[in-house]
Design a protein around this ligand. Structure first.
Ligand code: P6P
Length: 281
């Protein structure tokens, strides 16, 4: 897997360069989930494909931006990735990210063996979840990623990222979110999953929620490219990741672009989510 992480470092440097220099305009096409694509989505997807297909140990790759996987003869790992998550935020100069799930034998939650994500912000940071979760930062002079520290979540935090459209939340979900704010949690939600989850992970914990809603009962975020990788990161950092009832990594993907309600956070916040959803099942 070392080769895969080296490729991700090269990918991050190239995508960061593209973000700084390329046109962020929209293209006519949509991705497999129906999201409008910006040119940088397509450019970033090409960068990831170019680097990952060169890695011997990679047998198959699948992108959030493409309908189907690309398969090779050799290799043992399957890599599912979102090349530029939250790309529409680039127009307003907010942070965006790339997400990678590394799977063995299939694309279900139990098949994920490692995960990584990159945050393109005031700095470029790479987080890799293997046995432990490690933070690396790009040294722009040497163009090398340098190890910063291991990341661990405490039992309880103070940050809340309440995703989804409030008017479409189920009443019990709104009551739960309101109760966190009544406890003094700080609202931190940019609309970019990668920086929003990165912030909670680095600032001691809390809760990121993208629930099922009346208009999207299965939620918005994609299992293979977004949810399973971050569930891997959060669990290996000592936190938890559920769909309201079950651990996210116990779920199967019914299709490549399948979505699920998802909650990522410190232990105490997730216990509250599970209790709330069980009471309102
Ligand atoms: P909403 C970005 O488009 C994204 O896929 C995630 O990065 C982010 O968490 C979510 O959608 C934001 O969705 O409905 O809150 O705008």
């Amino acid at each position: 897997m070392t080769e895969i992480f080296k490729a991700i470092e090269d990918i991050a440097i190239e995508i960061y360069e593209a973000i700084k220099t390329k046109d962020t305009g929209k293209v006519e096409t949509q991705n497999a989930s129906g999201d409008v694509q910006v040119k940088l989505d397509v450019i970033s997807d090409d960068i990831v494909e170019k680097h990952l297909l060169k890695v011997k140990s990679v047998k198959e790759i699948i992108s959030e931006e493409k309908e189907d996987p690309i398969t090779k003869e050799e290799g043992e790992y399957f890599v599912a990735y979102d090349p530029l998550d939250g790309s529409s935020l680039i127009d307003v100069d907010l942070s965006v990210g790339s997400i990678f799930g590394i799977y063995k034998g299939g694309y279900n939650g139990e098949n994920i063996v490692a995960a990584a994500y990159v945050v393109y912000g005031p700095r470029v940071e790479l987080v890799i979840a293997r046995d432990v979760v490690e933070l690396f930062r790009l040294n722009e002079h040497t163009k090398k990623f340098e190890f910063v520290k291991e990341l661990k979540l405490g039992k309880k935090g103070k940050i809340l990222g309440p995703g989804g459209t409030q008017k479409n939340w189920y009443p019990f979900h709104k009551e739960m979110i309101d109760s966190f704010f009544a406890e003094g949690y700080r609202l931190r939600y940019s609309g970019g999953m990668v920086p929003d989850l990165h912030q909670i992970l680095l600032k001691g914990g809390g809760l990121f929620a993208y629930p099922g809603t009346t208009d999207k009962p299965k939620g918005k975020l994609r299992k293979l490219f977004e949810v399973f990788p971050f569930a891997c990161v959060y669990e290996r950092a000592g936190g938890k990741a559920v769909d309201g009832f079950n651990e996210l990594l116990s779920l199967e993907a019914e299709s490549y672009h399948d979505t699920t309600p998802c909650f990522f956070g410190s232990e105490e916040e997730i216990i509250k989510v599970l209790r709330t959803y069980k009471e309102n099942q």
